[in-house]
Design a binder for this molecule. Structure first.
Ligand SMILES: Nc1ncnc2c1ncn2[C@@H]1O[C@H](COP(=O)(O)OP(=O)(O)OP(=O)(O)O)[C@@H](O)[C@H]1O
Length: 750
């Protein structure tokens, strides 16, 4: 038996390497390394087993999409420990943690007689090595000694042939256990300790199928209880919010059948709450004692339940605390666009494994504010107006009768009686610098400066102070603060007295004049009635609701403190976030450290800097976006404001192909005009991914959008599948990277 490098330890007592030092050594630097299955059960068994004689390539890749053993010899078999697999492809399996002999016990049942004592018979064992990335075992070797078992639980992807894979939606995973036999108790402890060093969860409880005689305590040749020896991590504690209605009522079965066992094997401590009605999840998220679920909230359901949780967290008195709570997603709803688009998983097992592996993915959040009432609703996927929101509303009527088919039925009926939708919208195109994470060379004052100015004047001059987050939006919608409709507010040219004019460019005419552009686009309607074919509108959605069962409200004044206190210049914040390769906390192991994201990554929104307030300095406000707001009005079949690409699980359609969940911009999709033929063409092209080529479809990256429904225009606003009445102008703004999803996006896994 060899002991390798700095991880060598006493022969009979493993010394757990502190996580900090592991991190320094780079053990946790690859995707999911900090908290990874396979889960290991050390268990006492002595038996006569046969070594794997097959020379076939087992390839039980645990939690990776890649072939893990490209670098292994044909004799070898292996289990990946860390997902990602990039290194495997380049013939690197990480550094060796431990090497020795093992026997793979292939028997399904081990009788008690065999398992109770130590075997002294000659066993066929193989060379095995545990590296920082894989457990690999290979060529046969004879080995004589007593034996001890431990089991490695893995979740390999089911392999399908190339031909078949074209027809399969995604590779499914299923659990596969490997029972290994070490040559002695001491060596079994060494092996298991090696896994613990890799931050695998070590379950020291007796194996569920073992008898009392095989209690794990007998395994250990040392005095302290096993929990102390294999103290590799603190068990994550999370709240699970399960919508039992999601996915046609199958979510409970999915959770208890395949997801909960994975979490249990990984040692998670979960409190599961089933929602009893719409709004329950929001209430839970807004009021839960965060100390009871410090590691996050897991949503089991569709995009709708996630949206509720997001809004619940953001409506907490302490919003910073709320936002610091990461959200895990188990897709079990009708559509799960967010987790599929951002994390690249669409089946519950892969999603559970992504959560077990840990890591966080920062995601932008958008806020839709009703300018007249100040009500705000947050989202992470898409807000939409026009045909699709009408379909959502209509589908509510058919919920009982048609179940999940209601969207199709409502879509068909709406298509037949297609109304015209009139909107006036203004959008602030994202600058190239914004998209690339660089600030413009031009000396300009950002919206945060305007906020500073507004706040300073509000305290001095009794300027009505809006709630903190509202204030950010109020920067863009300050007319609300002065109580007027934005379109009737008279314009001003000085930001320090009327900042609203600067930020929002409310007077379209003067804006057009100043920008030298005529962006007003009132396109005449073109109607080409066609037979409605069976194209199902399949924009990201989860559910429609009646317009009056919504309990949303604007953020109240108590939120002022949470946001206002941040007091950090947004310009600095955004630029630094965007130029970084990734959030700094995302590179750190998560589960063993206290999640102090609120300290390490303060929630930073535009606000007055402390120095500015103290010094009372007054900046010359040169609004950065003064001349860049664009006004468009006319008829639109649809307006979509996407926060990410909006892939749908059911089909290959990608609504906003250029959108990224963390690019600090929203992607505005305008389907101009009216009429069934246009609509039909749009949906057909959408299925083929060619909808952006249509001459009446505009695609713009924006920072902010204000949408005002036209007179007599019956329209609602859908946000992540939730429907709200659009009874006045709304403005969508972006809060960069203000939500953390548990799991790593595919781009961060390699
Ligand atoms: N117990 C419950 N009973 C009824 N509705 C609920 C319940 N719990 C949550 N909801 C509501 O159901 C909505 C949809 O949930 P979710 O997105 O999780 O499932 P879904 O299967 O994707 O939905 P759908 O198929 O209805 O679009 C949520 O917005 C939430 O308000």
């Amino acid at each position: 038996m060899q002991k390798i490098g700095s991880l060598s330890r006493a022969s009979n007592l493993r010394v757990t390497v502190p996580q900090q030092s592991l991190r320094r050594m780079g053990l946790c630097s690859t995707g999911g390394g900090q908290h990874t299955s396979p889960v290991v059960f050390p268990e006492k068994r002595g038996s006569k087993v046969k070594a794997p004689s097959s020379r076939q390539h087992l390839n039980p890749t645990s939690m990776t999409n890649d072939d893990p053993l490209k670098s292994k010899t044909p004799d070898e078999h292996g289990i990946d420990i860390i997902g990602g697999g990039g290194d495997e492809k380049s013939d690197l399996l990480g550094y060796v943690v431990y090497t020795g002999k093992l026997v793979l016990d292939k028997r399904k049942h081990v009788d008690e007689k065999q398992s109770s004592g130590e075997s002294t018979t000659q066993e066929a064992s193989v060379d095995a090595k545990l590296t920082s990335k894989a457990l690999v075992w290979g060529s046969n070797i004879t080995y004589i000694t007593g034996l001890r078992h431990f089991t490695v639980h893995s979740y390999p992807e089911k392999k399908v042939s190339c031909g078949l894979s074209c027809f399969m939606k995604g590779q499914k995973r299923s659990r596969k256990d490997f029972r290994f036999v070490a040559s002695s108790k001491e060596e079994a402890v060494q092996w298991v300790g090696g896994f613990a060093d890799q931050q695998c969860y070590v379950n020291c409880l007796p194996h569920p199928v073992s008898s009392k005689k095989q209690a794990s305590s007998e395994l250990l040749p040392i005095d302290p209880p096993p929990e102390l020896i294999f103290r590799c991590k603190n068990p994550p504690r999370m709240l699970v919010i399960l919508n039992p209605r999601s996915g046609r009522g199958r979510s409970s079965k999915v959770f208890y059948g395949v997801v909960e066992p994975i979490f249990k094997l990984a040692g998670f401590q979960l409190e599961v709450v089933k929602t009893t009605s719409a709004g329950h999840a929001k209430k839970l998220a807004s009021s839960v004692d965060i100390s009871t679920c410090p590691d996050g909230i897991i949503c089991v359901g569709g995009d709708g339940i996630i949206n509720e949780v997001l809004n619940g967290l953001l409506s907490r008195d302490n919003q910073k605390e709320g936002i610091s709570i990461p959200i895990g997603i188990i897709p079990a709803g009708s559509d799960n666009s967010l987790v599929w688009t951002v994390l690249g998983v669409r089946d519950p097992i892969s999603a559970a494994l992504a959560i077990v592996k840990g890591g966080l993915t920062a995601t932008d959040v958008f806020a839709v504010e009703w300018i007249q009432t100040g009500a705000i609703h947050f989202g992470m996927t898409v807000s939409y107006y026009g045909f699709v929101s009408d379909v959502l509303e209509l589908s509510e009527r058919y919920q009982k009768r048609f179940g999940p088919l209601r969207y199709f039925v409502a879509g068909f009926l709406k298509f037949i009686c297609l109304p015209k939708y009139n909107f006036e919208l203004e959008y602030l195109p994202a600058l190239k610098e914004d998209q690339e994470g660089r600030l413009s060379d031009r000396e300009v004052v950002d919206v945060s400066d305007l906020y500073t100015d507004i706040m300073r004047r509000s305290s001095k001059e009794g300027f009505p102070r809006a709630s903190s987050l509202s204030s950010i939006d109020s920067i863009m919608t300050p007319s609300r603060m002065s109580g007027g409709d934005p379109d009737t507010t008279c314009s001003s040219t000085h930001a320090s007295t009327e900042p609203s004019e600067y930020v929002r460019g409310i007077d379209p005419k003067s804006k057009r004049l100043s920008s030298g552009r005529n962006n007003v686009n009132a396109e005449p309607e073109v109607i080409h009635p066609q037979n409605p074919l069976s194209t199902t509108p399949n924009w990201p959605r989860t559910r429609s609701k009646s317009r009056n069962d919504k309990g949303w409200s604007g953020l109240n004044a108590t939120n002022d403190r949470a946001w206002g206190n941040t007091a950090i210049n947004d310009k600095e914040d955004i630029s630094s976030t965007m130029s970084d390769p990734g959030p700094i906390w995302d590179t750190e192991p998560k589960w063993d450290t206290e999640p102090r994201w609120d300290v390490e990554n303060p929630i930073e929104l535009p606000g007055p800097s402390a120095e500015d307030l103290e010094a009372g300095t007054k900046k010359e406000l040169i609004p950065r976006y003064e001349e860049k707001w664009v006004l468009v009005k006319g008829q639109f079949l649809g307006i979509l404001v996407c926060n990410h690409a909006c892939r749908t699980v059911q089909s290959s359609q990608v609504v906003a192909p250029k959108a990224e969940h963390d690019d600090s911009t929203m992607d505005l999709l305008l389907v101009r005009g009216s009429g069934r033929w246009r609509l039909l063409r749009f949906f057909l092209r959408l299925q083929m991914g060619r909808h952006l080529e249509l001459p009446y479809v505009d695609y713009i990256k924006v920072k902010s959008v204000k949408i005002k429904p036209g007179k007599h225009c019956h329209s609602g606003c859908g946000i992540d599948g939730e429907l709200f009445p659009l009874n006045g102008p709304v403005i969508s703004s972006l809060l960069p990277e203000q939500c953390r999803l548990i799991g790593r996006s595919p781009s961060h896994r390699i």
